[in-house]
Each structure stands twice: as C-alpha cells, then as structure tokens.
Ligand binder design. Structure first.
Ligand SMILES: [Zn+2]
Length: 250
C-alpha cells in the first residue's frame, strides 16, 4: 500500500529518470487532460508532499496521488495497458503512471495549492514535530488510528504505519487520541519509521527486513504476536481495516 515513504522513493526514481531532460512523448489518458501535450518541454523538478507527487514541466505541473493501488513505473510496465493513465518519455527513458488515484495537470505557479490543507510532511523540509503533535490532539475524542491517518494532522502516514504505531505504543487503534500520554513521541516515531523506509521497497517497522518479519501487526490477523504470542485481532468494519494485539495494546 503506498504511503509517504513509497511516494518519496517514487519521486527519487522519477527525478533520476526525467529531471533535466526534454520530453519526447507526453500521452495523458485522462479525458479532462487528454489534449495536454508537454512534448518539447523540459522536466525541471519532481517533488513529493505527503502522498502527493508533482512533476514540474515548463509552466505545467503534473500532480498525481497513488491512492490504494497506483504506481509510477520506469521502463517496462507491469500492468494492463488500460490501467496506464500517463506516459512520459525523454532521452530513451519512459515513465508510466498506472492506476493513479488522482492525475491532473496544474499550472506550476499554483500547483502546491493542491496540498495546502496538509499538515507537516513527515519526509519534507517543513517537518515540525511540535505542530504535528498539537494537530494530533486537536480533536481528543477521535480514535488514534483515525487521527494518525488524517493528512491534515501530518502528511504521509497510511494504514500500515497507523496500525504499526498503535502497536509500538501499546495503544488500541480505537483509543481516543486524547488519552495518549506523549503525542510528541508518537509523531517523532512516525517520522523515524517513514524516514528509515524512504528508499526501501520492502517496508519494515520491526527493523527486520526478512520476508514475513517486516511488520508487527499489519496484515497478520490470526498470527501470533511477535512479543507475546497472542493471536493478532482484526476489524474490517470501519473505513479502514485495523490490526492489533489484544494483550499488548490497551
Ligand atoms: Zn502481544
């Protein structure tokens, strides 16, 4: 599942592939922007802000969001052709946006308006733990997992990290966020987790990168807790699936 770390390393890959080059192909397959052709324009920079990506080309900015299943793929595409939303090529390199949740072509001068609502970016130059912590506590009755997922609190946490953070702090995902004793430590840990994974494709929160050992609770329903052996519980009832250890988390 794409979270802030995925978007960060996707931006790095796109930067390596495209920046400084002139587009020789620009094929936008979204009806509203199908007429846009940036061929002949130079790719100036690639930015990530939380889970949003911007590819700045001349006076335009290609804004995308990976949502649940999206990806940018360099070179050969590993997806059905009808899932491709945009193809950019320059200097022999092709980058394809597949299954993107959002794809729009903005005016570069105003592109960041699209992310003005976001809280501090966990992997960005604007990261401010104190601001994120105070945002987190702004609505004390909200469940912890829901507050962690709110991109207006801080930008970059997705459902994997939300569940893993709850486990690491021994808190149930449903606990009212106001009951956290040290919100500053929680947001600092979130930043450390994403930062450690910013160039990795095999995300780990346990520190173990071996297959099947990377995560504490996420995706592990019915398997024994790595700390106490109790079977990991899950709830698919809400907007997002949650996972927790009934013994370790209160
Ligand atoms: Zn446990």
């Amino acid at each position: 599942m794409p979270e802030g770390d995925t978007v960060f390393h996707t931006a790095a890959a796109l930067r390596d592939a495209l920046v400084g080059k002139t587009l020789t192909r620009c094929d936008v397959r979204v009806p509203r922007f199908a007429a846009v052709d940036l061929t002949g324009e130079r790719v100036d920079e690639v930015l990530s802000r939380g889970k949003h990506l911007f590819i700045r080309v001349g006076a335009a900015s290609i804004h995308s969001h990976l949502k649940m299943d999206g990806s940018w793929q360099i070179g050969r595409v590993r997806a059905a052709a009808h899932k491709i939303r945009i193809v950019l090529a320059a200097d022999g390199v092709t980058a394809s946006g597949v299954d993107l949740g959002v794809l729009e072509i903005l005016e570069r001068a105003h592109d960041l308006d699209a992310v003005a609502h976001l809280g501090p970016d966990l992997l960005g130059p604007d990261w401010a733990a104190d601001v994120a912590a105070s945002n987190l506590m702004a609505q004390p009755d909200r469940p912890v997992a829901e507050a962690l997922l709110d991109q207006r609190v801080m930008a970059g946490v997705g459902n994997v990290y939300a569940n893993e953070l709850c486990f690491v702090f021994g808190r149930l995902p449903t606990l009212p966020v106001g009951q956290l004793t040290d919100p500053l430590r929680v947001v600092a840990r979130a930043q450390q987790m994403l930062w450690a994974n910013r160039f990795r494709s095999n995300r780990t929160t346990t520190g173990d990168t071996r297959r099947g050992r990377e995560l504490w609770v996420y995706g592990r329903a019915g398997l024994p807790c790595r700390r106490c052996g109790t079977l990991i519980a899950t709830d698919h009832g809400g907007e997002r699936v949650t996972y927790w250890c009934p013994a370790c988390q209160r």
